[in-house]
Design a protein around this ligand. Structure first.
Ligand SMILES: NC(=O)c1ccc[n+]([C@@H]2O[C@H](COP(=O)([O-])OP(=O)(O)OC[C@H]3O[C@@H](n4cnc5c(N)ncnc54)[C@H](O)[C@@H]3O)[C@@H](O)[C@H]2O)c1
Length: 323
């Protein structure tokens, strides 16, 4: 198979590229290195089955050439991370919406299946858990710009599903829930690498809000396996599927666990949301995925425990001097 991965120099995209190359497939990536880095894929340079293009995934000329060659398109390129979305809202919305339109139109033209990575943020402030893919959602108002991420991703989802309805294009939508592991950095607001870096430096772990808000963390290796299985599952075409862990932990407990597993003397410091993200910030208390659909379609379950994930992240940050 010939896979095209946008955002392939990013955290998840680079692991996905490696997964297919290890299987003997060919992979091309398109990445503008806005949040990704060449270091994530430098080890693949020289592999005859690997091609990298440093470019905007909204570049219609490049994308037309690459989509024609591809058998399957994974569209991961996107702005990611709450900190980035609230600090650069214009660029973030553009980076989510523009490439999707270009890519989906070209996939429809050349009849190439496409998978979009969407997000658990699309469930917004919905309080009913677990989150099912077809449930009603409650999102915040447009004056609170963190919601731009969820709404731009939902627009992407609508666009893929509309294209499928009108042209029978095979489309796949996967909503990811807090994916973590090696190569993720804390620079764009991701909580686990931020905590592990602080613990390794002996600096305070900054917990935003009360720390009672909970999240579910899944390993990038489990997620890559799930993405590959969905792309090979015809019944998943036209479906929105959650992928993530259903083991919840509060952010305060996560901080304590990180301190323990890093054998660190760091303290926990509470920081208000306003101080962390500026005024008008909104957050959600829980984000728990329903995984029945993923189980039914692809027989998928997350395998790695939170402790294993923290240890993997710690070892990677330490050995790569990225903390
Ligand atoms: N990591 C998570 O927990 C998580 C959760 C939900 C959804 N997702 C989704 O998974 C995907 C991958 O996220 P990630 O965590 O690997 O983040 P990442 O920032 O490491 O990866 C995104 C990649 O896209 C690239 N990119 C951004 N805009 C681009 C553009 N216009 N053209 C070309 N490249 C562009 C970036 O340089 C980066 O390499 C994203 O679509 C994200 O929305 C991730």
């Amino acid at each position: 198979m010939n896979y095209l991965i946008t955002g392939g120099a990013g955290f998840i995209g680079s692991h996905l590229a490696e997964y297919f190359l290890n299987r003997g497939d060919a992979v091309s990536i398109v990445d503008d290195l806005s949040t990704g880095t060449w270091r994530n894929v430098a080890q693949l340079d020289g592999n005859p089955n690997f091609h990298a293009y440093i470019s905007d995934a909204a570049d219609a000329v490049l994308m037309e050439r690459e989509i024609r060659r591809a058998d399957f398109v994974f569209h991961l390129a996107s702005s990611v991370g709450v900190k980035l979305i609230v600090s650069q809202p214009v660029e973030s919305i553009r980076r989510i919406v523009r490439p999707t339109e270009t890519i989906v139109d070209l996939c429809a033209k050349y009849r190439k299946p496409v998978l979009l990575t969407s997000t658990s943020e699309t469930y917004g402030k919905t309080e009913t858990t677990p989150f099912r893919e077809d449930m009603d959602v409650t999102l915040g108002p447009s004056c609170k710009n963190r919601w731009a991420y969820a709404i731009a991703k939902l627009l992407d989802e609508f666009y893929l599903l509309a294209m499928r309805e009108q042209t029978a294009l095979p489309v796949y939508i996967v909503r990811l829930f807090n994916v973590v592991g090696p190569r993720q950095t804390g620079s764009y607001g991701m909580v686990l690498p931020r905590f592990v870096s602080a613990a390794l430096k002996g600096a305070p772990l900054k917990v935003y809000g009360s720390g009672k808000q909970s999240r579910c963390f899944s390993s990038v290796y489990d997620i890559v396996e799930g993405l590959a299985r969905i792309s090979a599952c015809k019944e998943a075409s036209g479906e929105v599927v959650n992928l993530g862990s259903d083991q919840e932990i509060s952010i305060l407990d996560l901080a304590k666990r990180v301190i323990e597993l890093c054998d660190s003397k760091s303290a926990v410091e509470f920081v208000s949301y306003e101080e962390a993200y500026g005024p008008n910030f909104d957050d959600m208390q829980r984000r728990l995925p329903a995984l029945d659909k993923a189980r039914r379609l692809i027989g998928w379950n997350p395998k790695r425990s939170l402790d294993e994930i923290i240890v993997e992240t710690r070892d990677w940050l330490r050995s790569n001097d990225r903390f």
